[in-house]
Write a protein that binds this ligand. Structure first.
Ligand code: FMN
Length: 391
């Protein structure tokens, strides 16, 4: 079974992802993984830390001469800022440098600070926030970068774009997959939006939040194409793919809502307008749909259409205009602590969304087709595609 875990703290030595279950024989395109890590850092409205960090994935295990060998893949992403945090984040207690430990005793609303301190019994929120921080998503993107390469071998591609920042939204209408995919290579993109004019208005929204010492949220959309029908299952609640996709996207820091297909809009329509009617293309020997409001998943299984999933981000919590809080020690009202922070993270969250969707699809694909080597998995996959074609 394919699984992955991450470890590491925001200002510790680095982040680690361990990804196991990827078959042997997958060629790793290191540039592609590092491109995804760079994309997670870019975007208009990111804070000063993005200038300090320049993430690269160091593969420590599971790959030999550029090819996976079937053993767990360990990816290390060093924190370049570690030098400035050695004392504060030291693994050992160093009484002589305790003055440099950077405790945080005024919990920030909207962060893990208060809930985590109550849970783990700390009066210094640093013990909690270091792990709760979205810096952790760098490790997810590293692992997701491998899942992306794996899926490509089966003709699948995952991409994301930003559909809303604050009050500015991309107008409704079809956006081509290729237009979204092109954003991946576009170093000039500001907010990962396919429409440059809308993007400028999104930029103005970020500017106005920055001027007001505030933050903005928004919506990203992840799409996956080339996905065969039949991944996931209707047979068991926790194996349903829509549930797994939703959990994976919802687990991204600051994501507070997930939509598959056009679920929200569908609520105000009649059933006759919402279901994707079925046709058959005899020459291509495949079933077709007139629309894809289901977002590529029906009954917990992929149906062969594009996967479409949106993540809704709250405006991030740390404000330059700090909110009310209470000091852990004195219990007196104080302003919440401020740590260097972003104003808008929607494009970056979209890149993390891609990683999470890629990892869920890779796991579902391996569950269905198995295989210890890429040859074996591909053979099983092709046999299934023939079965679907002959259906
Ligand atoms: C890519 C990314 C970057 C983030 N950067 C920040 C940040 O700089 N400041 C901040 O307050 N929150 C940031 N967040 C959100 C917080 O990590 C998140 O709100 C917090 O950990 C509490 O988790 P929750 O909002 O999921 O409940 C970021 C989220 C993502 C996805």
């Amino acid at each position: 079974m394919m699984k992955f875990q991450t470890s590491g703290e925001s200002h510790g030595q680095g982040l680690v992802a361990i990804l196991s279950g990827i078959p042997a024989g997958l060629r790793i395109d290191f540039d592609s993984v590092n491109l995804d890590l760079r994309r997670r850092m870019r975007g208009y409205g990111r804070g000063g830390r993005m200038k300090i960090e320049s993430d690269t994935a160091q593969f420590l295990s599971g790959v030999r001469h550029g090819v996976t060998i079937g053993s767990p893949i360990t990816i290390l992403i060093e924190n370049r800022d570690w030098a400035n945090w050695k004392q504060a984040m030291s693994v050992e207690d160093q009484p002589e440098t305790r003055a440099l430990y950077r405790p945080l005793s005024s919990p920030r609303p909207g962060h893990a600070d208060l809930a985590g301190c109550l849970k783990f019994n700390f009066r210094d929120a640093r013990y909690v926030l270091e792990r709760a921080s979205a810096r952790e998503t760098a490790a997810r993107v590293g692992a997701g970068g491998v899942a992306r390469l794996f899926l490509r071998e089966f003709g699948m591609e995952v991409a994301s774009h930003v559909v809303a920042v604050g009050r500015v939204s991309l107008p409704p209408g079809a956006v081509s997959f290729d237009a979204i995919l092109a954003l991946r290579e576009d170093e000039e993109t500001l907010l990962n939006c396919v429409d440059r004019a809308v993007e400028q208005r999104m930029k103005a929204e970020v500017d106005s939040a920055t001027e007001n010492r505030d933050t903005v949220g928004g919506v990203f959309e992840v799409r996956a194409r080339g996905v065969p029908p039949g991944l996931g299952t209707c047979a068991q609640w926790d194996e349903k793919l829509d549930g797994q996709v939703a959990q994976a996207v919802m687990s991204i820091q600051a994501v507070k809502g997930v939509e598959i297909g056009s679920a929200v809009e569908n609520v105000a329509r009649f059933g006759s307008e919402v279901q994707d009617e079925i046709g058959y293309d005899r020459s291509a020997r495949r079933f077709t749909r007139k629309s894809n409001r289901a977002g590529g998943i029906e009954g917990g299984m992929t149906n062969g259409e594009e996967i479409v999933v949106k993540g809704f981000l709250k405006p991030i919590s740390t404000l330059r205009r700090p909110l009310e809080s209470v000091d852990f020690v004195t219990r007196n009202p104080v302003k919440a602590a401020y740590e260097r922070s972003d104003v808008c993270v929607v494009p970056a969250a979209g890149v993390v969304g891609e990683a999470m969707v890629a990892l869920v699809l890779a796991r579902a694909l391996l569950e269905k087709f198995g295989g210890d080597s890429m040859d074996e998995t591909l053979r099983n996959y092709r046999a299934y595609l023939e079965q679907v074609e002959r259906f």
